[in-house]
Every structure is written in structure tokens, then in C-alpha cells.
Design a protein around this ligand. Structure first.
Ligand code: XMP
Length: 547
């Protein structure tokens, strides 16, 4: 491909979403830290550059900055630039404008009006709400106004030299600016998150109208690139072990690596005792009968549950599970060594980008998860939960991708549709849905309640309309009356969300009739539960899983 979009990362939780939107629009994209050497930026040979958001304030000492040669380079090359949030503020800070703490933090959805561009005279910014959409800047072609997702505490008080205001938020703050002669624009909102109406169109307008690029990249390119990369990463005599969890990501990763390495791949499916109702048997059948993958099942439920006994802290649970998984793979590798005469030295994992960004990412040479600034949300078992002295080299072909992109790859590689359409299930399994102490008895309650809920979603035609649904057993008891007697039993929460990629999510608006039918069945059929609640929190502020 000839068009390459470079994303300079300043630590936003959403940076990979920008890359993903560029891919969706048919552009190859690559992320490196915004503070990279100028040489690295120059050598990439970008056709357009996007500056991400970030948690810092541009006016703080030590806040991340572009290398000093950057602006002159972008100016002389006429390089199309889009600054998002912190990126816009960098324009203002570096080019004679002014950024200040906003009088009121803008967080959440906010209406943005596209305005007639008027060159700023710095402090006295003039603008007029647009009447003729033809006057809109190319960035807002056919978009006179929209609801945008804002997440910032600073704002541009004075525009940078040579820039004009092209959109403002309902509260009158600067929402977008553009340069009078250069293809440079800055936006205060996040077009990359699905909460921004027409956000993808705004990015498309930037790439195709402002930068004047033509899309020339497709998802099947990822398969070819990854197969080549796996072949060159793994020496010809090396063997590879794959941690199958029964979920879509690790399964598609296994299919991809199998294509690259054939019988040098050995899959291990670990039953950690934290799987759903009868899940272990169901997925083993699918691996062997539909996908013909070479899989060994290891029943490790006893050792996982005994390590987790008495543990209630979510991060501790995740770290224990991460370490235990690796211990099991180590032992499986030893067993394989006896069988094939060579110890596997690589471990394949179906790690996705949201796992990485929420687990405090290390800087990555591949350009993914490059931020030093993003905060830890939770240690996904396959990233932040891994022990430091891991003996395997990791192969993670989807580390820069999102769930639905992996689903597309799975489809392209012939993984059955019924499997691809399954709701995501986290590696630490029911451990992060059994809040408080994990015991076999509590897990059995959770498994049965979850099975009833998920089956009812299927029976009522709702399963495929929902991105992810689950039951959660709370560490709370409530008083109830069942039959003629008083009960003091456990409380169960139900959750269902829709999401494009797991990064943001909205709770699913069930009708009350459905919720009431599920609650009745669960209280009647699951001994030990006398109350059911429904979680109506979106992400943010909640996360999808409760732990
Ligand atoms: P959260 O709870 O972070 O979840 O909003 C986002 C998505 O990631 C899944 N998830 C995990 N997947 N290992 C995984 O493989 C993990 O440790 C893990 N934690 C959360 C979660 O189910 C949702 O789809």
C-alpha cells in the first residue's frame, strides 16, 4: 500500500481506536509514541499524521512534546495533520495560542456546531453558526452538527497563529480549528469512539478530503502479514504451545499459527474450574470436530481453586490466575518435550488490544500500546497477570487489534460462524464474576444462573443482539421470602452490554417482562439465590466485567 497513516501517541486510552478506524476506512496505520525521535517519525514516510489525545496538560513541565524538528518538517512537506484533544492543544501551545484549565471539565456527550471559519485574532474569536453547509470546512463535509464525546479538563483559550475556529461546543468552547493554508486541523472531541456521532465520517473526511488519500488496505492483509511475521519469528526447529481458552481470540490465533507452522503448534486447553456450565466438553468437541486442531485438555481445576481459596481482591485473583496458567503451560511444555524431544519455546496467546491498554502497557516496538501514560484499569490475565520470569517468548498476533476485527479474521479463515458469534468470555473466567470468595459451591450457583440467563437470551432471540451478557454473583446476602419461609440468601446481578470493541459499552435496554421472567426462573431454580438485580451502568464509568 502507498498510503500510510502515522499515529503519534500521547497516552490516550483511545489511541488504538484511531488506528482501528483508519483500518476500517481502508488505510494502513501505525502507532509510535509522540515523543519518538524525529528520525523515526521521518523514516516512517507518513502520508498523514494524527496526534492522539492524552491525560497530560500541555502547559505542565515535562508533559510529552513532539521533537522540535517536527513542525518545520510537517510545514515543508505540507503534511496533513489532525490533532485530537491533547493534539489540538499541542497546536495551540506550540504556535502562539494559549491553553488553560477549562472552567468546567467537559466529559461525556456534548453537542458540537460546525461554524463558518473566521481567522482568529487570538483573544477575540469570532464565529457564526453555519447556515450553508457548503461553507463548512472539509473535515465537516455534510456534517452541520453532531453529538461528540468529550473527555478533557483543558481548553484552547486563544487559537494558534494562522488557525480559525471551525466548530464550537454547545457550551461555547473551541471544538475544532483548522489552518488557513496548511492541511492541519485540530479537534477537541474524540471522533474515534463510537459515542461520537459521525466520528468515523469526520476521520474519513480528514483522510480523504483534507489529506486527499485513497484507501488501499484490507483486513486480509493482516492475515498475510501475521503469517509471514510468525514464520520469521519462530526458528525452523522451534515448537510452539498455544493456550486455548475456548474463546474466539485464542481459537482464531491458534488457527492462524497452525496455518503458519503446521504441526509445530501444540494446543493446550486448560480447564481452570472457572468455565461456564459444561463449557469444557462443548469447546473440546468444537476444537477437535470442527477445527481439527491438535489439542490436549488439562484438568487444572483443583490447583486453580486451591490457590484462589480465601482470595477476594480482584487484582490478586487476576495475578494468581495469570501465574497459574503459565505454571500449567510450563508443565505441558515439559510433557511435550518428553513426547517430541523438543521443548516448545514460544507461547501463543489471543491477547487483544483492550487487554493490553487496560493492563498498563509496556512500550511496544510494534507500535501498539506504546503509551507510557495510560493508566492500569485491570490486569488482564494474559498481560498484566503474567509472571516476570516467564520462560516462553510470546506470539500475540492480535495484540494491536479489537475483538470484532479478530472475528472478521476468523471468518476469513473459515472458523464456523456459530463459534465466531459467541459472546466474549474473559480468560480468568468466572473468577471475576464470582465477587468475594471463590468456592465450588458459589461457582455452581453462578454457573447454573448464567446458563439459565444465556439460554433464555437464545430462546427469546436476544443473544445475537447483545455483545456480551453474564451473571455475576455478589458478595452480599439479602432477606427474602420463598415458599412460606424467610430466606437469607445470595444476590445475583445480570449484565448485558452492547459495544463495538469492548473499549466503551452501553447497557442493553431489556424490556421489563424479559427481566422479570429471568429473575423468576433464577430464584425458582437456583438454590441459594433469592434476589436478582440488573446492572444499568455503561462503560465508562463501569467496566464490562465487575472485577
Ligand atoms: P472490561 O471488564 O475491561 O472488559 O470492560 C472488556 C472486555 O475484555 C474482557 N476481559 C478479559 N478478557 N482476559 C481476557 O481474555 C481478561 O483478563 C479479561 N478481563 C476482561 C471482558 O469480558 C470484555 O469482553
Amino acid at each position: 500500500m502507498s498510503n500510510k497513516v502515522l499515529i503519534l501517541d500521547f497516552g490516550s486510552q483511545y489511541t488504538q481506536l484511531i488506528a482501528r478506524r483508519a483500518r476500517e476506512l481502508g488505510f494502513y496505520s501505525f502507532i509510535i509514541p509522540g515523543t519518538s525521535d524525529f528520525k523515526r517519525i521521518q523514516e516512517f514516510g507518513a502520508s498523514a499524521i494524527i496526534l492522539s489525545g492524552g491525560p497530560n496538560s500541555v502547559y505542565d513541565q515535562g508533559s510529552p512534546r513532539l521533537p522540535k524538528e517536527f513542525w518545520e518538517y510537517a510545514r515543508t512537506k505540507n503534511m496533513p495533520l489532525l490533532g485530537i484533544c491533547y493534539g489540538l492543544q499541542l497546536f495551540a501551545h506550540e504556535m502562539g495560542g494559549k491553553v488553560r484549565p477549562a472552567p468546567k471539565r467537559e466529559y461525556g456527550r456534548m453537542r458540537v456546531n460546525v461554524v463558518t471559519p473566521t481567522i482568529s485574532k487570538n483573544s477575540d474569536m469570532q464565529s457564526a453558526v453555519i447556515h450553508n453547509p457548503k461553507d463548512a470546512h472539509d473535515l465537516f463535509h455534510t456534517i452541520p452538527h453532531f453529538e461528540a464525546w468529550m473527555s478533557h479538563g483543558d481548553e484552547a483559550e486563544q487559537l494558534p497563529q494562522g488557525f480559525s475556529l471551525i466548530a464550537e461546543s454547545a457550551s461555547g468552547a473551541v471544538a475544532a480549528i483548522s489552518h488557513g493554508t496548511l492541511p492541519w486541523a485540530g479537534i477537541q472531541f474524540h471522533p474515534e469512539v463510537t459515542h461520537t456521532e459521525r466520528g468515523a465520517d469526520i476521520l474519513k473526511n480528514f483522510l480523504t478530503r483534507v489529506a486527499k488519500l485513497k484507501p488501499d488496505w484490507k483486513m486480509s492483509d493482516v492475515i498475510e502479514t501475521q503469517i509471514e511475521s510468525i514464520k520469521s519469528q519462530v526458528p525452523a526447529d522451534a515448537h510452539v504451545i498455544c493456550a486455548l481458552s475456548g474463546g474466539v481470540d485464542s481459537t482464531v490465533a491458534a488457527v492462524l499459527v497452525h496455518k503458519a507452522l503446521g504441526n509445530r503448534l501444540h494446543c493446550v486447553f486448560v480447564d481452570q474450574g472457572l468455565l461456564r456450565y459444561q463449557e469444557a466438553d462443548r469447546v473440546m468437541k468444537m476444537f477437535t470436530e470442527s477445527l481439527h486442531l491438535p489439542v490436549t485438555k488439562v484438568d487444572a481445576s483443583e490447583r486453580f481453586l486451591s490457590k484462589l481459596a480465601g482470595v477476594t481482591d480482584p487484582e490478586t485473583k487476576r495475578k494468581i490466575i495469570g501465574a497459574e496458567f503459565i505454571a500449567v503451560f510450563d508443565e505441558s511444555a515439559n510433557t511435550l518435550e518428553k513426547k517430541i524431544g523438543k521443548r516448545p519455546s514460544f507461547l501463543v496467546q489471543g491477547t487483544l488490544y483492550p487487554d493490553v491498554i487496560e493492563s498498563s502497557p509496556p512500550p511496544s516496538a510494534s507500535g501498539g500500546a506504546s503509551s507510557k501514560h495510560a493508566h492500569t484499569i485491570k490486569s488482564h490475565h494474559n498481560v498484566g497477570g503474567l509472571p516476570k520470569d516467564i520462560k516462553f517468548k510470546l506470539i500475540e498476533p492480535f495484540r494491536d487489534l479489537f475483538k470484532d476485527e479478530v472475528r472478521q479474521i476468523g471468518k476469513l479463515m473459515g472458523v464456523p460462524e456459530t463459534f465466531i458469534a459467541r459472546h466474549p468470555f474473559p480468560g480468568p473466567g468466572l473468577a471475576v464474576r464470582c465477587l468475594g470468595e471463590i468456592t465450588r459451591e458459589r461457582l455452581d450457583i453462578l454457573k447454573l444462573a448464567d446458563e439459565i440467563y444465556i439460554n433464555m437470551l437464545r430462546e427469546e432471540g436476544l443473544y445475537d443482539k447483545i455483545w456480551q451478557a453474564m451473571a455475576i454473583l455478589l458478595p452480599v446476602k439479602s432477606v427474602g421470602v420463598q415458599g412460606d419461609g424467610r430466606t437469607h440468601s445470595q444476590v445475583l446481578a445480570l449484565r448485558a452490554v452492547n459495544s463495538a470493541d469492548g473499549m466503551t459499552a452501553d447497557f442493553y435496554p431489556f424490556d421489563m417482562g424479559f427481566l422479570s421472567r429471568v429473575a423468576t426462573r433464577i430464584c425458582n431454580e437456583v438454590r441459594g439465590v433469592n434476589r436478582v438485580t440488573y446492572d444499568i451502568t455503561s462503560k465508562p464509568p463501569g467496566t464490562i466485567e465487575w472485577e
